[in-house]
Design a protein around this ligand. Structure first.
Ligand code: AMP
Ligand code: GLY
Length: 425
């Protein structure tokens, strides 16, 4: 075992991005991983029932928890109780993601801007104009717990379904009715050891399925980073930094220090003079934002392993000192037929061995090996990612490898306008 070894929990594009970023110099176990991690020389996919026991037996140096579910279940606490190094917040701190009412109470007490919100428990308590509010189930709902209703009927049907438990049970204990805001959204990631924090370069996700931000919300159809000053001005940047500072300080003051990765989903709200407002906190990196953020950090020479690991002791923020981020990265999601309502498994993915331009590669998500073939295994299947000196080149290079002569599979869906707001072409 090399001195540097990591257990990566999760099976999406985010976890393949961790593996790709660390894989050259770290021995990795992916639990359970996907076809992308299975094909990497330094990575072993494993099925693990008890991650703490696995980490101990294999003398793992650091465990990185990718998705929210294990964090919310307290897996990071189990690692810390066993004296093992882990990247991710405690179960209590992860409530910033798992409980919208916890997050709203927290922001209220710590003077952090968020949309006006109230919690209701019966459909009768809904008296609002449907198109001026957002409905949020108060719990984890696999990314589907936020609805922007277009009619009163849709609002009432949504609320009824949430109270009935149709959203993975999220909503049974309450549903948030939140003021609907508008404006550009930014994904800000802070790494913290509970005291100190660093902000990573911002990314923008593309939540809607179709070009021009049309169609249903998804887990994210593409992303790019960094975000130019034409979208987030230096003054807005400072206000987002201030939100991160207040969040880390507030969690510490409340006795719930936040260690690990904090995702602050921000809207530059027109209704607030374009000031940043927190739309959501997540207790983990975003997917597909990770694919672009880690790519530019690693290309700039940042030791991502050391940086992540240090969140469990004393943050090694100096890792980012003097680092010039002079590249841009862009990633395009390929979803399978039927996504987001359903997904299609078993379609063979072709063109993965095409000769790509420099800086273009594939992050696997819902893929698996079927003999020698790589096949679809869920909704968001894979991402074509490109890194280049500027966003226009990254976009052109990424899009150049998609289609009949490049990466494709039956029924694939993807957007043709990823990063358009930051591109000049
Ligand atoms: P979330 O699952 O909290 O990320 O929400 C999904 C998406 O719903 C966000 O990325 C926004 O586009 C939208 N959204 C959430 N809250 C609001 C809000 N208060 N006003 C307008 N849009 C919102
Ligand atoms: N890309 C949005 C998320 O990870 O929640």
């Amino acid at each position: 075992m090399s001195e540097r070894s990591a257990l990566i929990i999760g099976n999406g594009g985010r976890e393949h991005a961790f593996a790709k970023t660390l894989g050259d110099y770290v021995t990795i176990y992916a639990a359970p991983g996907n076809a992308g991690t299975a094909l990497m020389p330094n990575v072993t996919n494993v099925d693990v029932d008890d991650p703490v026991a696995f980490a101990r037996e294999h003398n793992i140096d650091v465990t990185i928890i990718g998705p929210e579910a294990p964090l919310v279940a307290g897996v990071a606490d189990d690692f810390r109780a066993a004296g093992l190094t882990v990247v991710g917040p405690s179960k209590i701190a992860a409530q910033l993601e798992s409980s919208k009412s916890f997050a709203c109470d927290f922001m209220e007490r710590h003077d952090i801007a968020y949309p006006k919100s109230r919690t209701i428990h019966t459909v009768d308590q809904f008296t609002d104009e449907a198109t001026s509010i957002v409905i949020k189930a108060d719990g984890l709902a696999g990314g589907k717990g936020v609805v922007l209703p277009q009619t009163q009927d849709e609002a009432v049907q949504t609320l009824t379904a949430m109270f009935d438990g149709a959203y993975d049970g999220a909503g049974i204990n309450g549903v948030l009715i939140q003021e609907r805001l508008s404006g550009p959204e930014v994904s800000a990631f802070a790494l913290s050891d509970g005291n100190d924090f660093v902000l990573l370069p911002f990314a923008q996700d593309h939540k809607r399925l179709k070009d021009g931000d049309q169609g249903p919300n998804t887990g994210g159809m593409g992303a790019y980073a960094p975000v130019p000053e034409s979208i987030v001005s230096p003054a807005q940047y400072e206000k987002i930094r201030d939100i991160a500072r207040k969040t880390i300080d507030g969690m510490k003051a409340d006795g719930n220090p936040y260690k690990g990765i904090l995702y602050i989903g921000v809207m530059l709200a027109e209704q607030r003079g374009a000031d940043p407002v927190v739309i959501e906190y997540n207790a983990r990196f975003g997917d597909p934002e990770t694919e672009v953020v880690l790519t530019i950090l690693a290309n700039a020479g940042v030791d991502v392993y050391e940086l992540l690991k240090s969140t469990d002791s004393t943050l090694n923020a100096s890792q980012l000192d003097g680092v010039t981020l002079n590249q841009s990265a862009l990633t395009i999601c390929f979803a399978s037929a039927g996504y987001p309502e359903s997904s299609h498994k078993g379609d063979v993915i072709l063109g993965l061995d095409t000769d790509f331009p420099d800086g273009v590669f594939v992050h696997h998500a819902a893929t698996k090996l079927d003999g020698d073939a790589v096949v679809t295994n869920g909704g968001r299947v894979l991402y074509v990612t490109a890194v280049a000196d500027d966003i226009d080149t990254a976009a052109a290079n990424a899009y150049s490898v998609i289609g009949e002569s490049g990466v494709h599979f039956d029924g694939m869906q993807y957007r043709t306008d990823i990063g358009k707001q930051a591109r000049t072409k």
